[in-house]
Design a protein around this ligand. Structure first.
Ligand code: MG
Length: 291
């Protein structure tokens, strides 16, 4: 099941994507009317219990997709969770205030929901604040059943599904403020989408994670290379934080970010960032020309 949030005929709607026909079918459930895709996740809709939809679909090209869901609070994120990326970040000199090499425990931070944008929406380069705008493709986990003290072996029962997340980062703010929150939380710094895919459709332990900038390959890895896997991340987070349905956890980015190049290759206005993960679609966002 692929769920979308979209605008059509002047209204915000929730839909199911028919990937073969490339049509969107509007969902008719009170849960969706209440809080969109998050409402469906909260109420346990999924492959076993699909929501009721319009039989007639609208071509996906005729709708404006938004972020597939808004989590109930900040997006949970993980830093330095692929070995090669951890090494490139250490070499770059932008890692002030963080440990040098591969972490021994997961590094968590968050991004506010106010930074979330949908597919094709422009990323604000915030040119007055940063000269070091960077991209990070990441697999994002959507929690279905909440809970605290979730054991690693039980984690998959708590995962509703997945989407793609761009952990956009102002590297100079990340460095100068010695903490990751500010440089990763500016408005538009969290592109999400294009849809939310239920867990049954993919094997999250073996997904290719790819980023292209203006068509040029920059990042390519597989989720089997995660330093801390999804069971470890969810069990660590939930040890003392009660997870909620609709919580989003970004699992970290592979090597190939702009700051990893020598000299760095940061984003500039007009660039187009294209993120692709096996089975989850492609999330495209331009960097805004206006600032
Ligand atoms: Mg990241």
């Amino acid at each position: 099941l692929k769920l979308v949030s979209y605008q059509h005929a002047g209204a915000a709607r929730t839909g199911v994507l028919d990937a073969e026909r490339q049509t969107v079918h509007e969902v008719h459930e009170p849960a969706a009317a209440r809080s969109g895709v998050r409402g469906l996740v909260e109420d346990g809709y999924g492959p076993q219990r699909p929501p009721r939809t319009s039989e007639r679909g609208v071509p996906v090209a005729e709708v404006t997709l938004g972020p597939p869901l808004t989590p109930p609070r900040n997006v949970f994120c993980v830093g330095k969770n692929y070995q090669e990326h951890s090494a490139e970040f250490a070499r770059s000199g932008f890692g002030a205030g963080t440990s040098p090499d591969v972490p021994s425990r997961p590094i968590f931070f968050t991004k506010p929901t106010s930074s979330i944008i949908g597919p094709d929406e422009p990323i604000d380069p915030h040119a007055a604040l940063t000269d070091a705008l960077d991209y990070e493709v990441e697999l994002a986990v959507v929690i279905g059943v909440g809970g605290r003290g979730i054991q690693p072996e039980d984690v998959w029962q708590h995962v509703w599904g997945y989407t793609i997340l761009n952990d956009v980062t102002a590297r100079d703010l990340q460095r100068d403020h010695e903490q990751w929150f500010l440089g990763k939380s500016l408005d538009t710094f969290c592109p999400l989408g294009p849809w939310a895919v239920t867990a049954d459709e993919v094997d999250a332990t073996n997904l290719d994670v790819v980023c292209r900038v203006n068509g040029e390959l920059r990042q390519k890895a597989n989720t089997k290379d995660l330093i801390f896997d999804i069971p470890e991340l969810v069990s660590t987070l939930s040890a003392g934080i009660t997870l909620q349905p609709g919580d989003v956890i970004a699992t970290g980015t592979p090597a190939g970010v702009g700051v990893g190049f020598d000299p760095p290759r940061f984003l500039t206005p007009g660039d187009v960032v294209e993120l692709e993960i096996t089975g989850l679609g492609t999330l495209v966002n331009p960097v805004d020309n206006m600032s």
